[in-house]
Design a protein around this ligand. Structure first.
Ligand code: SAH
Length: 249
């Protein structure tokens, strides 16, 4: 198995593939007020196995196009959508977020939790803007510094992993410079990382390494995750995922 196949194996049976929660998805959605009731078409980009997609289906009457690069995740979402009676309102598309076939103004809202980093925040919000109708919304969660300064170890780590990591005020400025107006912002609370993402992942580690013959590659994937978890536990006061809800002007 290749590295990416192993990473998919580790994550595909999880409820989510990044920090988040049902309550925080609803909290972000509620920030658009009564417009929530007028949403007809939403795209959920980098949806993974669809935790947010299902929350959006439950809390709106919109049709949701759920996009991910990996069909393994979309199959999981399709199963959940069928089981929960949303198969008419959720359709899945295997696509890359940087090469989407959508029409201009096609969506009332674009949603993306913990995924825009794959093409970069600024690239993503610029590229996706044309698919949102004027007055429509964008909601993205993205790793964000909570303070102006921070210890060197964590600063170096995240700048190496994702150089676009920044404070919320700088991210908001990027939104404003690219034709969006901020509607709301909050940082994901700790339980979204620990209870909903890292702990369930830790519980899969030994089964994962057993199943994959304890190969060096499988071990190194687990080691990388363990290191990320340890850094989060030490430095969680300094970063989280920020949830940015903005309107296209
Ligand atoms: N939104 C989900 C998944 C977040 S993890 C959640 O919050 O649980 C990031 C997701 O982006 C993964 O599902 C991954 O498969 C997907 N992804 C990575 N590169 C992508 C690309 N180029 N286009 C679309 N999706 C991509």
């Amino acid at each position: 198995m290749t590295e990416i196949e192993l990473i998919i194996e580790l994550h595909k049976d999880a409820q989510r593939q990044g920090p988040g929660s049902y309550a925080e998805t609803v909290r972000a959605l509620d920030m658009i007020g009564d417009d929530k009731n007028t949403l007809k078409k939403i795209a959920d980009i980098g949806c993974g196995s669809g935790a947010s997609t299902l929350a959006l289906a439950k809390n709106t009457s919109a049709h949701i196009t759920a996009v991910d690069l990996f069909p393994e995740f979309l199959e999981k979402l399709q199963q959940s959508a069928n089981a929960q009676g949303y198969n008419e309102r959720i359709s899945t598309e295997t696509l890359s977020m940087d090469d989407l076939p959508f029409a201009d103004d096609e969506f009332d809202m674009i949603w993306s939790e913990g995924a825009i980093y794959n093409m970069g925040f600024e690239n993503g919000i610029k590229a996706w803007r044309k698919y949102i109708r004027t007055g429509g919304y964008l909601a993205v969660s993205e790793i964000t510094w909570k303070t102006a300064t921070r210890p060197e170890e964590i600063d170096l780590h995240w700048n190496r992993e994702y150089p676009e990591i920044d404070t919320a005020s700088n991210k908001v400025r990027i939104l404003e410079q690219n034709g969006y107006s901020l509607v709301g912002y909050f940082a994901l609370p700790e339980y979204c990382w620990i209870d909903n993402y890292y702990r369930p992942m830790q519980e899969r580690f030994s089964e994962f390494t057993d199943k994959h013959g304890n190969t060096e590659l499988a071990q190194s994937i687990v080691e990388t995750e363990r290191r990320e978890i340890a850094l989060y536990e030490t430095y969680k006061d300094y970063y989280s995922y920020g949830f940015y809800i903005a309107q296209k002007l």
